[in-house]
Design a protein around this ligand. Structure first.
Ligand code: FES
Ligand code: FES
Length: 211
């Protein structure tokens, strides 16, 4: 049976060893971690249309479409939320399809036609979807709103084209812009203010009659 002084020594030794072990990964990391070498940016020419205007850019190939719109063309209506394809704030319409502009590189869109919130309506002549959002209080802070509206506009095009969703019950009938369909199809657009019920009301109101 060890006496108490031996036990105390063992505990001290144990603590010294434990402390040394805890420090090892950090020492190893600092000894080996070197910043990855950063090469000079590779520039590439790309030309596309945004809201009906042609733009030609010579751009770092790593630039996302979102950053090209915001930082190079100064179209800041398109918002950066998560920058990881999870919130929908950056939704724009490219060649008729809604996409998360944070998940695609600008150089992939040579000759594409891009529509952002700035191209849908103006303060004097709102797009019907924008007017419906105003009527139904479809926003609070407004940060998600450009993405919601671009997404909603393209969503109705998908419904009119007869493209079914996960909740479409009858695949042989025309798709109806029901509240259930809208909620499902808009599930990629997050609203941190929780204005969902008003957003859906606005979309149900204009479903099938937007310009
Ligand atoms: Fe693109 Fe969130 S910023 S999905
Ligand atoms: Fe604030 Fe949607 S209105 S995030």
């Amino acid at each position: 049976m060890p006496n108490p002084s031996e036990l105390a020594l063992n505990r001290r030794d144990l603590m010294v060893v434990a402390g040394a072990c805890a420090a090892l990964p950090a020492m190893g990391a600092s000894a080996h971690a070197q910043p990855a070498p950063v090469g000079a940016p590779v520039l590439h020419d790309v030309s596309f249309e945004v809201n009906g205007r042609r733009h030609a850019l010579s751009i770092d190939t790593r630039t996302t479409l979102l950053d090209a719109l915001r930082e190079h063309l100064h179209l800041t209506g398109t918002k950066k939320g998560c920058d990881h394809g999870q919130c929908g704030a950056c939704t724009v319409i490219v060649d008729g399809q809604r996409i998360n502009s944070c998940l695609t590189l600008a150089v992939m869109h040579q000759n594409a036609s891009v529509t952002t919130i700035e191209g849908l309506g103006t303060a004097d002549k709102l797009h019907p979807m924008q007017a419906a959002f105003v009527r139904h209080d479809g926003f609070q802070c407004g940060y998600c709103t450009p993405g919601q509206i671009c997404s909603g506009v393209a969503m109705f095009d998908e419904i009119r084209a007869g493209i079914p969703s996960h909740v479409t019950a009858d695949l042989t009938a025309a798709v109806v812009a029901s509240e259930t369909e809208i909620r499902e199809r808009m599930s990629g657009n997050i609203c941190r203010c929780g204005a969902y019920s008003n957003i859906v009301e606005a979309m149900v109101e204009i479903g099938g009659r937007q310009g």
